[in-house]
Ligand binder design. Structure first.
Ligand SMILES: CC(C)(COP(=O)(O)OP(=O)(O)OC[C@H]1O[C@@H](n2cnc3c(N)ncnc32)[C@H](O)[C@@H]1OP(=O)(O)O)[C@@H](O)C(=O)NCCC(=O)NCCS
Length: 382
């Protein structure tokens, strides 16, 4: 239990502020540890599935076989979008970016949910399941819409990763591809009070609603300092183009005091444990799909960054090797962040439900640095 202080303290960016308690994920930034409900992320990535991981995060324990079957059935029952949503997707301009489209469409889900404003734990869990189940169809079918392709409806015989890739590509993925996506979904599912989760909590703490909270979170995730970094990494790899150009590119960036995308983290000053597993995974996948040059370039960037700024605690974060992984899966670059969102819905919704059990309005102060006592001059006299 952490004591709360009555006197406000100034903490820019809230870097040293603990805003609430949570039983969902544990991060040790010094030793590079991430656990979901006490289970090491590496073990989950190797042994679990996304759906089982969501059960773990939401119910704080692993399911039995029967419980997992039941949970899977509950999710799949909610796969189908409310019918009017298909028209809403078509109304979004094909030129819109998928993150703008996703934010709009998740918000639109609320107006077709009679329980949108019911904030009981049961109703919120049902909405959490709907959000988790429907986000993949929104992302995949917006992509089909912008490419002038027919919609593909979700298939309730498939798990989330398989169903998403089937909708996106119009054909079922190989088992390896589906498993690769499943692992990425596990790794991104939750991460303490990151910026988007915190944004969701600010919204839910006003006793607003789950759809508003997740819409807020999607807008927050989009920024390049947060979830948008995976897209920025891929664009950087494309800009560099060749392994021989890596050294000059990275060194120039550092001289100009610019950020190298996919490096550094607010909490991890050791290697991001999600990146450890993704690195091996990305290498294998890149080799299998003829994208080894991207992985080799990534490794070269990592080496130069390690020598230059590793001592300052700047290492690859989850986004760095996600970029090569998603690219190897054949995904368009602007779908990388929506995929992050598809997974993080689990964390956002879980934290909202948990926070509402003992809600307190999130409302920090600001340190006013402007003037006082200024005379109001009528507009005609200015
Ligand atoms: C994630 C991030 C916003 C965390 O920032 P933060 O905790 O506020 O840390 P700061 O911005 O204060 O950075 C601390 C120092 O490390 C440097 N640094 C941090 N990330 C860096 C990066 N990616 N490339 C180069 N230098 C970096 C800063 O320049 C600063 O150096 P200084 O002390 O000499 O001024 C930051 O590391 C970043 O911008 N990374 C790139 C974007 C990214 O990959 N985001 C995804 C996060 S999962």
């Amino acid at each position: 239990m952490i004591e709360t202080r009555s006197e406000p303290t100034f903490d820019k960016g809230l870097a040293n502020t603990i805003a609430a308690e949570s039983e969902m994920s544990y991060i040790d930034g010094v030793n590079g540890v991430l656990e979901y409900v006490g289970i090491d992320i590496d073990t989950l990535a190797r042994s679990s599935t996304f759906e089982e991981t969501v059960f773990l995060l939401w119910r704080r324990r692993l399911p039995t076989t029967a419980e997992l079957e039941h949970f899977n059935a509950e999710i799949r029952r909610e796969y189908q979008l409310p019918e009017p949503l298909w028209t809403t997707i078509q109304q979004i301009p094909a030129t819109a970016t998928p993150m703008h489209a996703l934010r709009t469409l998740v918000s639109a889900l609320a107006v077709h949910d009679e329980e949108a404003d019911v904030n009981t734990p049961d109703a919120n869990e049902r909405k959490a399941i709907r959000l988790l189940a429907r986000t993949p169809a929104l992302i995949a079918n917006f992509d089909r819409h912008r490419k002038g392709k027919e919609f593909v409806r979700p298939d309730a015989t498939q798990d989330i990763a398989t169903s998403f890739l089937t909708m996106l590509n119009g054909a079922p993925p190989t088992e390896t591809m589906a498993r690769a996506l499943d692992v990425c979904l596990i790794l991104h599912a939750d991460h303490g009070f990151n910026a988007s989760t915190f944004a969701a909590l600010v919204t839910i703490s006003t006793l607003s609603d789950m759809y508003s909270a997740v819409t807020t979170a999607i807008g927050t995730l989009k920024g390049p300092l947060h979830g948008g970094a995976n897209e920025a990494v891929m664009r950087m790899l494309e800009e560099i183009g060749d392994i021989d150009a890596v050294e000059a590119f990275v060194k120039e960036k550092l001289v100009r005091k610019e950020r190298v995308m996919g490096f550094g983290h607010r909490v991890y000053k050791a290697y991001d444990p999600r990146a450890t597993y993704l690195k091996t995974f990305a290498g294998q996948l890149a080799e299998d799909t003829g994208n080894l040059h991207l992985f080799e370039m990534s490794r070269a960037i990592e080496k130069i960054m390690h020598d230059a700024v590793g001592a300052k605690g700047i290492h690859p974060n989850v986004d760095f090797y996600s970029a090569t992984t998603y690219y190897s899966l054949g995904l368009d670059i602007d779908l990388f962040t929506p995929l992050f969102a598809m997974s993080r819905v689990a964390g956002w919704a879980g934290h909202c439900i948990e926070y509402l059990l003992d809600n307190k309005l999130m409302r920090p102060r600001c340190d006013y640095t402007g003037p006082h006592g200024i005379e109001y001059v009528p507009i005609g006299d200015r």
